[in-house]
Structures are given as C-alpha cells and as structure tokens.
Design a protein around this ligand. Structure first.
Ligand SMILES: [Zn+2]
Length: 235
C-alpha cells in the first residue's frame, strides 16, 4: 500500500499498523489472548490522525478487537450486532459512580461466564463526550471503571484531565485488574501493550526533536511547547 504524505512523497505503508514501513510498530507487538473482546470507537475525524488515540496500536496486540468509526453509534450495524450477540456481556469503559469495578462484589457472577465485550471510546475527551451524547445505545450500557488510580506515561499528550490514561493503557490495566478477579487468566501477560506503547512514545518524541532541529519539516506553531526539545524516556 502506498500513500501520499504532506510533502507529496509516496511512502510504503504497513497494512496492519498503517505506519510507514520504515517505522512500522508491528515488530514490537505480540498477540494477547486474554479472552476479552475489545471494541474501539473512533471519531471519523480522529481516525485519520495517527497522533490521537492509541486504539489502533492496542488492536495490534488484541487479536479479537475491532475498530468502529462514527459519532452516532445508534445506527452502527456492526455494533448493534455485537451488542445483541448473546455470547457477550457488553460494558462501557467509563468512570461513573454506579460503574462496576473489580473491587465490587458480584461482577464475575453478573457476567455469567459470558465473554466480556469491552467498549472503549478512543477519542479526545471532547470527541468522546460528543460520541456518548449521540450514542444512547452505548451510554446506557453497564459501565466499568478501574479500582486503581493510574497516570498516563503518554507525557507529550496534554489531556484536559490529567488522570486520563490512553486507550492502550486502559486495555493494559483492564486486563490486569480482571486478572485479580479471575475473569482473565493470570498466566496471560498484557506487557506487549506497554512495550509497543513505549516504542511509540520514544519514536514520536524523537520525531518532535528532529522537527525542532530542522531535520524534518516543521508544521507546528512556533510556541514553546513545540520548540523545546523533549527528553526521551529510557524505557
Ligand atoms: Zn506494521
């Protein structure tokens, strides 16, 4: 697959991660057969941009996952199919006072041996709110949120809410917390999610620095956020 970039050069793209072959992330991924079906909902505007959501990256490690695009998902056929499939117990990963957590008694009994269908809105805070406002079918699902408080290692992304973890970290912590309840097998390692995420962070920071040093064309505004070189973490 070839795609024209901003500088009108054609680049060879990897089909799986949609990255240029030279910086394909697939080599850092590994399948995690955790028995959860993840569904990532993306705003169509954001689906084109690589820098927002990490859902696509997460999907590389989660063999059964699906990415669906839209704003109003009440009319999304595939989502309706999944929500009506009796093999799944759908939950929306979203904080709410009445959300299920792993510390609440009875979650395992509630899902009655069904496969968890974990729906994650893979968008910026602003677009997520919009998707949820329109998509009453998702907003009315049982919600699930974390017991632990996690901070994102996605340091160069500035979410309005600092507690926001990225989509890929959400998948990682969900698997970990469900392991504590026995819903996900403890033998399964969710680490490939973090491994590929860290590689992506390092790659993006390096690219930012290359822009600042003039090695890459600079399309950013000339404010301090984009002119100060970033420290590349050593993980
Ligand atoms: Zn790839």
């Amino acid at each position: 697959m070839k795609i024209q970039d901003d500088n009108e050069n054609y680049r060879q793209l990897c089909f799986k991660c949609m990255r240029p072959i030279s910086s394909c992330y697939c080599k850092y991924t590994a399948p995690i057969n955790c028995g959860i079906k993840f569904v990532f909902l993306m705003h169509p505007k954001e689906a084109k941009k690589q820098r927002t959501g990490t859902g696509r990256l997460a999907s590389l490690c989660l063999p059964e996952s699906e990415i669906l695009m839209g704003i109003d998902f009440t009319k999304n056929k595939r989502l309706e199919e999944l929500l009506n499939d009796p093999q799944y117990y759908p939950v929306l990963l979203y904080p709410s006072p009445d959300a299920w957590t792993c510390s609440k008694e009875g979650f395992k009994e509630t899902i009655q041996g069904k496969k968890l269908l974990a729906i994650i809105v893979d968008s910026t805070w602003f677009c997520s709110k919009k998707i949820l406002r329109f998509s009453t079918n998702i907003n009315s699902l049982p919600k699930f949120s974390f017991t632990g408080n996690y901070k994102s290692i996605f340091t160069f992304k500035h979410e309005p809410q600092e507690y926001c973890v990225s989509t890929i970290e959400t998948c990682y912590y969900l698997i970990k917390e469900l392991q504590s309840t026995g819903i996900v097998n403890k033998e399964i390692s969710p680490e490939p999610l973090m491994t590929v995420f860290k590689q992506m962070i390092k790659f993006q920071l390096q690219k930012e620095n290359d822009r600042i040093e003039g090695k890459l064309p600079n399309s950013h505004a000339k404010d301090w956020k984009y002119t100060r070189k970033k420290e590349i973490p050593n993980f």
